[in-house]
Ligand binder design. Structure first.
Ligand code: KIV
Length: 278
């Protein structure tokens, strides 16, 4: 008689469509999840098919798409079409979108109105907001309105000027405040806490203090998930790279070389050939 090897138990994220409860389940089972930024339909469908669990239509589009020097100028009207493109292209990934600076801080009512636009017009599945316990009422109002919320702590780029530039947050005693902020936002209903540029130990303490999953960028290996900006991890962007980035490809090199060949071919008359002509 042939012995049947038992099929392995499916993971929390072996699902056709990732929902917020799958990320929670991943944390409970000690499994990791992935997040990448995406701002357009083509990258969204590639990342989705490659198995990325969650896509973030980040306001880092300001730096990576729109040519701004920070995320601060990004508007709802600029991010909405990107969100629609990404959410329309995915089959499996959960799509999270940033609420841009100035579109949610004034009141819980403003936060609900903007978040609803992103779900209704942008097709997003969840929104992300930057800030600590003082945004608990905003988070609570959005969750009550049916909007899943990711809370972004640590270095929050929209507060770059208030924080005095790109600096690691949550060092020393500030780690305790990070945990308190995360707890308050979890109590308000956030389904996930994202931490940017915080010491690994502090991020681990936050993850341990919460029932909901965490995701980190420059926050060490102790968070439930990891997120990177795609132009950084695929090497499309050149220049000084943050310490927390690992580059998995050199797209800048690949694209530069290919475009160089195209320029040479057109100048020499090698392109278009008869096979490209009607
Ligand atoms: O906008 C963004 O890309 C982000 C990541 C840095 C987490 O918020």
């Amino acid at each position: 008689m042939t012995q049947q090897t038992p099929s392995p138990e499916p993971g929390a994220l072996d699902v056709r469509r990732v929902r917020t409860h799958h990320l929670l389940e991943a944390k409970r089972r000690g499994e990791k999840f992935t997040m990448l930024t995406s701002y357009d339909a083509l990258t969204a469908s590639i990342f989705d098919a490659a198995g990325v669990d969650t896509l973030l239509v980040g306001d880092s589009a300001g730096n990576n798409v729109l040519g701004y020097s920070s995320t601060l100028p990004v508007t709802v009207d600029e991010l909405l079409p990107m969100c629609r493109a990404v959410s329309g292209a995915v089959e499996r990934a959960l799509v999270v979108v940033d609420l841009p600076f100035g579109s949610y801080e004034a009141s819980p009512e403003q936060a609900v109105a903007t978040a609803v636009r992103f779900l209704k017009e942008g097709g997003a599945h969840a929104v992300k907001v930057e800030g600590g316990a003082w945004f608990a009422p905003h988070v609570e109002a959005m969750v009550r309105a049916g909007v899943p919320v990711v809370a972004h702590l640590g270095f929050t780029p929209q507060s770059e000027h208030a924080l005095g530039g790109y600096r690691v947050q949550g060092r020393g005693d500030a780690a305790r405040v990070l945990v308190e902020d995360a707890r308050a936002l979890e109590a308000a209903g956030a389904f996930c806490v994202l931490m940017e540029m915080v010491p690994a130990e502090a991020a681990e303490a936050v993850d341990a203090a919460l029932g909901v999953p965490t995701v980190g960028i420059g926050a060490g290996a102790g968070t439930t998930g990891q997120v990177l900006v795609w132009q950084d991890m695929l090497g499309l962007r050149r220049g000084r790279m943050a310490r927390f980035v690992r580059q998995y490809a050199d797209l800048h090199g690949v694209v530069s070389e290919a475009v160089g060949h195209y320029v040479d071919d057109v100048r020499s008359g090698a392109f278009p050939g008869p096979e490209h002509s009607f």
